[in-house]
Design a protein around this ligand. Structure first.
Ligand code: XIL
Length: 375
């Protein structure tokens, strides 16, 4: 049989295409059988955030996915003061206990989030007589009792604690109720109490927008003072609620370096990448269709942009792996992300590595491909 040049060309293009498709398939199945935690085993722990559905009403399919891909977990709301300690006398361990047991069953690095924050506290926590706040002494006793009770209960079973969340901004101390009652000392006291209750646990200061130079400077300044006075802060949790063009990754890198220079480890504690339009000050909190443009699916162009963004972020993380112990996504699938409801409720967002059907996205493949030589 003799083939014309054109037919020969067609055949060889066809063969090349088929070959590259086969290669892509082989690569995809190699990735899916390995999972990200194996690909990144020499770099850092890879974590996900679990909602109660994952550990209270376990489905084999979801548990398998979490186990294949991740070796660290954090709960979204189970340990927050309003849930775990809703009134002075009442503790509700039902969620936190199950979360910790899930982690133990599945050999996870368990992270407790969060002991002290200005948000998601019980109504009336700070309320004193009339319109006054309770006194500093009373609030300090409450803070210490809260931390000691929780950390002691899970001693040796929670590897790392987000001890204090969002206490500083670009100007210094956030003027929240903890600050107004106890003063700036509340942060140091919180770390000392947690350390006393479990001396082995890794203790984190956790915050958002830490790539911002002014916020970075304020935290570096605090870390240096804390170090001099022996405050047991072992790591900074950089939340990592990113978007396609924010933050600038040079700033992100500089912050990782600056915190590590203060002698603390870095955890990326709540990574996700928002693809929806941001809000102008006059739009908040009004809902508008143009602010929710991907209800029927993400365009392939944006899918590729998201993958590229994840790839760039993970390149920075790999570069600084010597300073980073854990990279934690704030959720596994797009459907469970808080970004569908923040800062506007009820939008359809795509910030994570798995889609609503538990399938890996292009962003997942981009993150895995950076480590393809590890397969
Ligand atoms: C979010 C949870 O994911 C939501 O379910 C809840 O409604 C609000 O809080 N920074 C933090 C997390 O430290 O605790 C927040 O979690 C996301 C922002």
């Amino acid at each position: 049989m003799s083939l014309s040049r054109r037919e020969l060309l067609k055949t060889s293009i066809g063969t090349c295409l088929a070959l590259s498709q086969i290669k892509a398939k082989v690569f995809a199945s190699a990735l899916s059988s390995k999972g990200l935690k194996a690909l990144y085993k020499d770099n850092f722990l890879l974590g996900t955030m679990l909602k109660p559905e994952a550990y209270l009403r376990e489905t084999p399919e979801f548990t398998k996915l979490v186990n294949t891909e991740f070796n660290a977990i954090v709960a979204d709301n189970a340990f927050k003061w309003m849930n775990i300690h809703p009134t002075d006398e009442h503790w509700d361990w039902s969620y936190a206990d199950e979360f910790v047991k899930f982690g133990e069953r599945n050999n996870m690095y368990n992270v407790g989030h969060v002991l002290v924050w200005h948000s998601q506290n019980p109504i009336g926590l700070f309320q004193g007589e009339g319109s006054d706040l309770k006194s500093g002494d009373v609030m300090l006793a409450k803070l210490e009792e809260h931390i000691t009770t929780i950390v002691t209960r899970y001693k040796g079973r929670i590897n790392a604690w987000d001890v204090v969340n969002e206490a500083l901004d670009g100007n210094g101390w956030v003027n929240n109720e903890w600050y107004r009652t106890i003063g700036e000392d509340y942060v140091a006291k919180a770390f000392f109490a947690a350390h006393q209750a479990d001396p082995e646990a890794v203790l984190l200061y956790n915050d958002y927008n830490l790539s911002s130079p002014s916020r970075r400077d304020v935290l570096v300044d605090y870390l240096s003072k804390a170090k001099n006075s022996g405050v047991p802060i072992h790591a900074v949790g950089m939340q990592g609620h990113f978007s396609l063009d924010f933050p600038n990754l040079d700033d992100f890198e500089e912050s990782i370096e600056a915190f590590a220079e203060q002698g603390v480890r870095v955890h990326i504690s709540e990574l996700d990448v928002d693809v929806l339009p941001g809000l102008g000050p006059d739009q908040f909190p009004d809902y508008a269709a143009e602010l929710d443009p991907y209800r029927d699916g993400l365009s392939s162009e944006l899918e590729a942009k998201l993958a590229q963004r994840y790839s760039e972020i993970f390149k920075v993380l790999i570069k600084h792996q010597d300073k980073i112990d854990r990279v934690n996504l704030w959720g596994t699938t797009d459907g469970e992300s808080w970004k569908n409801d923040f800062p506007i409720e009820g939008r359809v967002n795509y910030p994570l590595l798995f889609d609503r059907k538990l399938e890996p996205k292009a962003a997942y493949r981009a993150v895995a491909e950076l480590k393809s030589t590890a397969i």
